[in-house]
Design a binder for this molecule. Structure first.
Ligand code: ISL
Length: 541
């Protein structure tokens, strides 16, 4: 089958924050349908939908209580089918979020498991506590991704939750779990979806429940990151289900290195088609994400270059619903936002691989302008804050940590126009709208040929017609500390992409060439402007 997804531009929708059609303050499927023409005009080929399943929303849908239905906040299965049909009419495909490391604690399987049901108990991971003197401790020392213990006591035993207490981990040693999830995949593929983004897929299989080596974060990880058991499950799912459909999978893979990514994506093994690595997203972090430091371009370039060289094909992205906005982290705070957002967009869309754009990135949306923890809804931020209170961190430090790293930074409602609530809802939005919506919004930018949005459209269109950007080889070109240059080469077409990450002009020294795209309409052949991004075509020699 043709790997059509290699030539696609994927756009991630976080449904709660995209467009609300009924005024309840939460985005929904009819809202998405109303924006499909917009997505088509942007040049989007595939939509990745963050979870739309029924969920108590402890983690905004990443805690699923029914894998085969739609949350009433988002609509109905009939709305979903209509969305698939409306997408098909526009030649847009949809991939679903597949969250199978854990379910919600309100899923019927877990409710039965809690009652010691002989079949469902074993769908989850249970163990007795450990006695230390007279004190009972959790079964092992593992910590959760959101901070604190990874176990919660329920009756006589504890259950494992690598995320929130309301997200019990499934037991992938149980064949029934495999069988049920296999049916879930078929259910959605038969409804016309074109694949899945597989949540934390490389940690689903736990090899043992022994204590882990102590780490600053994620103690226990050596017992579950990228284990053979997870590889095997993925191979089985491919053989039993995925291979029967024209679809693709992209794995969200935590703590993955290039070797692990290659093992997951190699065509002989056929486990996943692509992964999201996080190494480049850690260029402004120390250890786990709660410790932020200044962005270092040298580290970022090195990581991007390594992933480009070492993987035959992969994803390119700078944003998603878990990460602060790119414009608020990969350039200095005082950088001019419009050129910088365009330059970052040019990078994502011109590297080798399938580009993923996150809603609002195409208009240069920035981090949320939250003033206190009360305005933040994210379960991760609240869990971390509670932990930091226990560790006696002063309030100001706690807030600083959360303000810059909270996942809610990227979850603020999509900014459609300059009417109340940015045109996202006629009701009260579930999360505060960024007050910069009057200047940063789709409507303003649609009619402006110099806007971030117009630039995205231009590059996407350029990309669709450029064999070098679609399929060409990648090579980094040596450049100064503040710039990132690389070439894309395909037969007779040789392009060079130049990105200036600094506020100074940079002299360029290049053989005869033609400027194809630049975020500065009057681009100069001798100098790159501050935050300029450009593509040049080398003249045939
Ligand atoms: O940012 C991260 C790594 O740098 C982590 O947030 C990591 O991506 C995340 O913890 C795993 O994310 C996924 O699974 C979670 C859910 O809360 C996230 O929204 C989802 O993307 C549990 O399902």
């Amino acid at each position: 089958m043709k790997k059509w997804w290699k030539e696609s531009v994927v756009y991630q929708i976080y449904p709660r924050s995209f467009c609300d059609s009924d005024g309840d303050g939460v985005g929904d499927i009819p809202g998405i349908i109303s924006k499909l023409d917009y997505l088509k005009s942007l040049g989007v080929d595939v939509i990745w939908l963050s979870p739309v399943y029924p969920s108590p929303n402890d983690d905004n849908g990443y805690d699923i209580s029914d894998y085969k239905d739609i949350h009433p906040d988002f609509g109905t299965l009939a709305d979903f089918d209509r969305m698939v049909a409306e997408c098909r009419a526009r030649d847009i495909k949809i991939i679903m979020d597949l969250v199978i490391n854990h379910t919600s604690d309100e899923h019927k399987w877990f409710k039965l498991a809690k009652q010691n049901d002989p079949i469902y108990r074993d769908y989850y991971i249970w163990k007795k506590g450990k006695l230390k003197g007279k004190k009972e401790l959790p079964p092992n020392n593992w910590t959760s991704f959101f901070g604190g213990d990874a176990w919660k006591k329920e009756g006589e035993e504890y259950y494992l939750h690598l995320f929130s207490t309301k997200q019990p981990d499934l037991n992938w040693n149980n064949e029934n779990v495999y069988r049920e999830i296999k049916e879930v995949l078929a259910f959605w593929l038969d409804r016309g979806v074109a694949g899945f983004r597989c949540d934390v897929i490389n940690i689903i299989f736990k090899t043992s429940l022994e204590d882990g080596k102590k780490h600053l974060a994620l103690t226990g990880k050596e017992h579950y990151v990228s284990k053979e058991g997870a590889h095997e499950i993925l191979r089985r799912l491919r053989k039993d289900i995925l291979s029967k459909y024209d679809c693709f999978t992209v794995g969200e893979t935590v703590l993955v290195n290039t070797q692990m990514a290659r093992d997951l994506c190699s065509s002989e093994r056929g486990e996943l088609d692509m992964v999201f690595g996080f190494e480049h997203m850690e260029s402004d972090q120390i250890g786990y994400k709660w410790f932020k430091r200044k962005f270092r371009l040298s580290r970022f370039k090195k990581v991007i270059d390594k992933w480009q060289r070492e993987l035959e094909w992969n994803t390119n992205y700078l944003e998603n619903h878990d990460q602060p906005r790119s414009i608020s982290r990969f350039v200095p705070r005082d950088a001019p936002k419009i050129p910088a957002a365009k330059m970052l967009g040019l990078m994502v869309l011109s590297l080798r691989g399938t580009p993923f754009i996150y809603e609002g990135e195409e208009i240069g949306m920035t981090n949320g302008d939250f003033e206190s923890l009360d305005e933040i809804m994210d379960v991760e931020s609240h869990t971390i804050d509670k932990l930091a209170v226990k560790l006696h961190f002063p309030k100001s430090i706690r807030w600083k940590m959360i303000k810059y790293t909270s996942r809610d930074n990227a979850r603020t409602p999509m900014q459609w126009n300059n009417s109340e609530n940015a045109g996202f809802t006629s009701g009260t939005p579930w999360l505060k709208v960024n007050s910069n919506y009057k200047s940063i919004n789709v409507e303003n930018q649609s009619g402006d040929k110099n806007s971030v949005l117009s630039f995205y459209k231009q590059i996407i269109n350029y990309r669709k017609n450029s064999p070098a950007l679609l399929r060409g080889d990648y090579k980094m070109i040596k450049s100064s500390a503040n710039t990132f240059f690389f070439s894309r080469d395909c037969g007779t077409e040789k392009l060079i992409i130049m990105l200036n990450f600094s506020d100074s002009r940079v002299k360029i020294n290049m053989p005869p060439n033609e400027i194809q795209v630049s975020n500065f309409p009057l681009a100069d052949k001798v100098f790159l402007q501050p935050y300029e991004g450009r593509i040049i075509k080398l003249a045939k020699q």
